[in-house]
Design a binder for this molecule. Structure first.
Ligand code: NCD
Length: 304
């Protein structure tokens, strides 16, 4: 495959490239345990202008397992960008002098693309506004392939906040490269943008929309639940109308197929009850580990 330089959007990857990343990730399973020195001479900067637990720490864990070093900030308020009004361009032009790659999360749509325009070193988008989260989509695809043995032929439900959730935007587009059926399950107000649905359909994916959680989980191979993105609602009263509407708890469990898997990018609020965590279908914490594996693959492919 052509050299991977930046990872800004899932749109930048075709199926062959996605499959290659998933194959390299599978090889990282053993490297992650033994550790390697492959990226010993490399420094990764993490610039997180928004809260994160898994994305930042799994990138850091991935880099450390490959022998590399890390620096950065986890809170914009401690940087000149947050505290003193420095522009994103100036922040990037500074950090590129300290590191070999930048992993950035930012509240604005388009921010990762802007950063890449100013940067002489590779940029990985670790979440840009409500728009995209490409490495999450890749680790979700990797999780599906690892747990179900394939992606083609599956029926997958994307549930919850399909309007503001960046993970489902990237995952939906990533899945369109495969022969899948997609159920989009969201309250009316939080439906997926028509432009993304059109793109999925154009790619040949059968898409159905439902607004009921029961329909979302019945007769599907993968349930991908998401958090309602409170922080992205222009008006908190709108959030109050939909919160708690989409929930999987013990009452819904009998609707789940025995061989179905339940994934979630996490963090969860109340959309997945902790009462279902012990079920064999509940795979969201396995998915967390796959984040390290997948991010090792991406770092290795860009920097190695
Ligand atoms: C997600 C995100 O930041 O978009 N979290 C993650 O990266 N695993 C999902 C969310 O915040 O709900």
């Amino acid at each position: 495959m052509g050299e991977l330089r930046n990872l800004i959007s899932i749109h930048d990857l075709d199926r062959e490239q996605i499959d290659e990343i998933l194959d390299v990730a599978a090889k990282m399973e053993s490297v992650s345990v033994k550790r390697s020195k492959d990226l010993e001479s490399k420094i990764m900067a993490v610039l997180f202008f928004e809260p994160s637990t898994r994305t930042r720490l799994s990138f850091e864990s991935a880099m450390l397992r490959l022998g590399g070093s890390i620096l950065g900030f986890a809170e914009a308020g401690t940087s000149s960008a947050g505290g003193k009004g420095e522009t994103l361009a100036d922040t990037i032009r500074t950090v590129e002098r300290y590191a070999d790659i930048i992993v950035m999360r930012h509240p604005l749509d388009g921010s990762a693309r802007v950063a890449a325009e100013f940067s002489s070193i590779p940029i990985i988008n670790a979440g840009s506004g409500s728009e995209e989260h490409p490495t999450q989509a890749l680790l979700d695809l990797y999780s599906i392939k690892k747990l179900k043995g394939k992606i083609d032929g599956l029926t997958i439900s994307l549930c919850g906040d399909l309007k503001y959730g960046r993970t489902v935007h990237s995952l939906g587009m990533g899945l369109s490269h495969y022969d899948v059926k997609i159920k989009l399950a969201a309250p009316q107000q939080l439906r997926m943008k028509p432009a993304i649905i059109d793109e999925m359909k154009k790619a040949g994916v059968e898409v159905v929309q439902v607004d009921d959680v029961k329909e979302a989980i019945q007769d599907v191979d993968v349930i991908y639940m998401t958090r309602i993105q409170k922080e992205r609602f222009p008006d908190v009263r709108e959030y109050d109308k939909v919160k708690g509407r989409f929930r999987i708890g013990t009452e819904q469990v009998e609707l789940l197929r025995d061989d179905a898997i339940v994934l979630h990018p996490l963090p969860r609020v109340d959309e997945l009850s902790s009462n279902i965590d012990h079920l064999p279908q509940a795979k969201y914490f396995d998915q967390v580990y796959n984040g390290v594996i997948l991010r090792m693959a991406v770092l290795k492919m860009i920097l190695g």
